[in-house]
Ligand binder design. Sequence first.
Ligand code: NI
Length: 187
Amino acid sequence: MAILKIARMGHPVLAMAAKEVSDPKAAEIRNLVNDMVETMLDANGAGLAAPQVHVPLRLVVFQAPDERADPGLGEDEQFDHTAPLSVLINPQIEVLSPQTEGGWEGCLSVPGLRGWVERPAHIRYRGLGLDGETIERVAKGFHARVVQHECDHLDGRLYTSRMSDLSRLIFESEIRHFNSEVGQVAS
Ligand code: NI
């Protein structure tokens, strides 16, 4: 296990489309996932995509409350490290409702900043796990946001490119001025 170097905004690996993982069960994929999880936890992130550690493959890890375990999924839902850890290989997202929701996001590749991002509020996602099994889940709230944020990395997109109002791109130390609006993601 190792803590990997995280690419920062401006590095070309963050702006390119990542490639499909051809063999999810390969030993090097399992090793990469182990290192990504260690890196994510060390950096106190909610999620991490392989391009963020300079590996342009379609693979993400994240922690989000399981919907069945937490049917509330309200606006005050907060990230915490007790949430189940998920690995998703070659993920696909389907938007289930036209409804969108705003929330503050951060990104380990854009350190020190937060931005207000509107995203679809209700999605279904599919992908493969490390044993090659199919994972399919419906997600709302924080869970839906973190999955969309991570999968955007696989298409070379950072959350800043999803923002409609750049006056809401702020330093995280100033977020107290907006503390009525919660739901932060650092991934
Ligand atoms: Ni990110």
